[in-house]
Design a protein around this ligand. Structure first.
Ligand code: ADP
Length: 164
């Protein structure tokens, strides 16, 4: 289970998914339905972008990838999906404290589900969905940080013409 907001998916997320494929037979990407946090993209839009960018991966790996959304507790969703492992990416020390707390709380609630951390690739350690949205909103290209389809969707959201 790889859970997150994915608002939108970035190359950093994609790197974690790609590397997860070398470790797991099946990955469920769990998109958090967090409408109260006013996401830029709806859950349906986020799922559609993820499906588009992971489709080529499916051709190069034996791992099956499923994309689904959830509300409520992650461990309940993971259990419903029969996941035995939660994957999270760690970018910097600043991620660590929150992730440690979540992993410990989740283990307390669901001891049979283990949390596994993959260290961000150094190329993407500074990439976050929040910054990508801000940079695109302010008119700079986010091409190095997100797949082309995501950049196009961001530009459409912010009412811009795609760059040639
Ligand atoms: P959340 O709101 O749950 O943090 P995100 O979509 O921001 O959702 O992130 C989902 C997961 O992906 C988290 O474990 C996060 O640390 C990880 N992640 C986000 N960006 C990157 C990146 N650039 N490199 C590696 N992991 C990342």
């Amino acid at each position: 289970m790889y859970p997150g907001s994915f608002d939108p998916i970035t190359n950093g997320h994609l790197d974690i998914i790609r590397r997860g494929c070398t470790l797991f037979d099946h990955i469920t990407i769990g998109v958090l339905n967090n409408e109260q946090k006013s996401p830029l993209f709806t859950v349906a839009e986020r799922i559609e972008m993820i499906q588009a960018v992971v489709a080529p991966l499916a051709e190069t790996t034996r791992t099956t990838i499923e994309v689904d959304s959830f509300e409520g507790l992650l461990v309940d969703f993971a259990k419903r999906k029969r996941a035995n492992c939660i994957v999270r990416g760690l970018r910097a020390v600043s991620d660590y404290e929150y992730e440690l707390q979540m992993a410990q709380m989740n283990r307390h609630m669901q001891p049979d589900i283990e949390t596994v951390f993959l260290m961000s690739a150094d190329t993407y350690s500074f990439v976050s969905s929040r910054l990508v949205k801000e940079i695109c909103f302010l008119g700079r290209s986010v091409q190095p940080f997100v797949p082309p389809i995501v950049e196009a969707r961001l530009q459409a959201k912010f009412g811009r013409q795609p760059r040639s």
